[in-house]
Ligand binder design. Sequence first.
Ligand code: NAD
Ligand code: GLY
Length: 388
Amino acid sequence: MKIINVNASEKYNVVIGSGILKDAGSLTASAIKSKTAAIICDSNVGAIYASTVEESFKKAGINTVKYIFPAGETSKCPEQYIKLLEFLAENHLTRKDAIVAVGGGVTGDLAGFAAATYLRGISLVQIPTSLLAAVDSSVGGKNGIDLTAGKNLAGAFYQPDIVICDVEAFKTLPKKEFISGMAEVIKYGVISDKELFDILASEDTAKRLMEIPESYVNIKEKNERCKELDREFIEEIVARCVAAKAHIVEEDEFEGGLRKLLNYGHTAAHAIEKLTDYEITHGEAVGAGMVIAVEYAEAMGKCSKETVEKIKKIIDMYKLPGSIEVTAEYWGKERELLAADKLTNAALSDKKVANGSIDLILPEEIGQCVIENVDTAGLKGFFEGKVI
Ligand code: NAD
Ligand code: GLY
């Protein structure tokens, strides 16, 4: 088991281990004093893990109520947010109670926003079950919902009281979703951890990691083998990403500067997600977005061809789309629907646009990125891969 301390405006622990979901109640009781917890899950995760979490909370002397919503990004919406608030109120959750988000980034963002706003803020426990949520969305306090105009347009910074990550949960994660999480893992390598990037770039690592998802549902025998071989390894990878994120959040919790680096690949990603009606997953879109950004960095003379090739190769190794062409193929629709002008328009509703310009995160080399502010014309050039 690994514990990473996050020393932001609120201090909390991220506990990473194998088989610790059954201890979620006692771990929570060691962090907060709530008498009742509202356990929030999407329909997929609820069916697999809600009862384990409920039992562990009851065992720790915490009453539970449970709210299950339909799985998918489209649930990160105002209607679902209001329904959740109404559920909390109907069940008489008080300021002393807690919200427990069990699931992927959609659950964490939706439940986190409810925790930040219900009764002006109640305790929050994040229990990430997807790789993406474990390495990114459950840590650092950002939450939110999507509006028709774009992604994450309403939200808050609101730190959890504890994050509990059981890596065993990744074994029931659909492979597509595990791959999606790998995009955020690779992101940490590019923005701040060259050594992590090099570990991920080995064929052996890719093979070992890609065996983890769905190993439980598919092949029982293989599951046992994965358990022995890779439990420590995946814990180590998650801990490394969480430590990188914790460091950034401690330095710049409210995204005045350094935290913007975490948006590497995300300007293009949010535009792709919006144009594809979220049929392309967040991580898949980040995969393409990281390649678009590094190709633009090369066009601006900020990085070498070698850096571009390294990033394209790793994206390919983890079966992520590495271009708009491949993204359109994954989506099963014409490339023209993701044309540069359409992507530019979609990106202009990104919450990061300010006074007609946007900060792009561009790699200089592996492990080091810079912030480059561009105007609308520059943004179009970004999507066309040329400097305007
Ligand atoms: P998700 O929550 O939709 O989960 C992906 C799918 O995997 C869902 O169908 C879910 O039901 C399923 N799933 C999750 N864990 C499972 C498990 N252990 N076994 C079986 N199925 C499981 O999406 P995600 O990829 O986890 O997160 C993406 C979201 O996170 C996006 O909305 C993105 O904007 C947000 N995000 C937020 C932050 C932040 O800092 N707040 C950072 C990155 C991403
Ligand atoms: N995922 C971006 C951030 O937490 O800032």
